[in-house]
Ligand binder design. Structure first.
Ligand SMILES: [Zn+2]
Length: 106
């Protein structure tokens, strides 16, 4: 499956959120992969929270990325502004080519 990555350099995400996303990108792991979906687990070691980020390849951007955190469910993503967890997953995938290849082989 091909992953449509988001533009992590988009300044609209906000600097503090981006800094947090860089930190928690260390704690991104794959939960499960199906033919069309990938679920990631993102652990914030300072806030002690765990969230699930879901990528749905059949959805049109920006609806292909979603997260179960409160910020995401209240603000939504219709504006194309993503939560720190989704940004963290995209940072992880841009750095960990092995993980990206593993997903794209499925
Ligand atoms: Zn989130």
């Amino acid at each position: 499956m091909k992953i449509r990555m988001i533009d992590i350099t988009n300044i609209n995400h906000g600097f503090n959120k981006f800094r947090r996303a860089i930190r928690i990108s260390e704690n991104v792991s794959i939960d499960y992969i199906t033919k069309r979906h990938v679920a990631f687990t993102v652990f914030d070691d300072i806030k002690k929270t765990i969230h699930s980020v879901l990528y749905k390849s059949e959805e049109k951007p920006p609806y292909d990325w979603s997260c179960d955190c409160k910020w995401f469910s209240t603000r939504g993503v219709s504006t194309g502004v993503y939560c720190a967890h989704i940004i963290a997953v995209n940072i992880k995938l841009s750095q960990d080519k092995q993980m990206l290849r593993y997903i794209e082989k499925i």
